[in-house]
Ligand binder design. Structure first.
Ligand code: FES
Length: 84
């Protein structure tokens, strides 16, 4: 059986049901979620929604990747690539 996937920067990221976007990215070896407007690295840090360091544009909405369950076909874009 093939694992469901979502996409991060065009890359297919497999995940297990119930896994967060951040956990799936980490398991896939993605440790950087880009950079914020001040040039600081964004990454999976607290895992509980407190630090806001893992935010990304998920299907067009800014969300914490650590609190967002992965779903098949979702598109995850680093904030630095989100434009605006
Ligand atoms: S890792 Fe801290 S809010 Fe997501």
């Amino acid at each position: 059986m093939t694992a469901p996937i979502f996409r991060f920067k065009g890359r297919a990221i497999p995940f297990r049901p119930g896994e967060s976007v951040a956990a799936a990215l980490d398991a896939a070896g993605v440790t950087s979620l880009g950079h914020d407007a001040l040039g600081q690295a964004n990454r999976y840090f607290c895992g509980i929604g407190a630090c806001q360091n893992c935010v990304a544009l998920i299907d067009g909405v800014v969300r914490e990747t650590c609190l967002t369950p992965a779903t098949p076909g979702m598109i995850v874009v680093p904030m630095e690539d989100a434009g605006g």
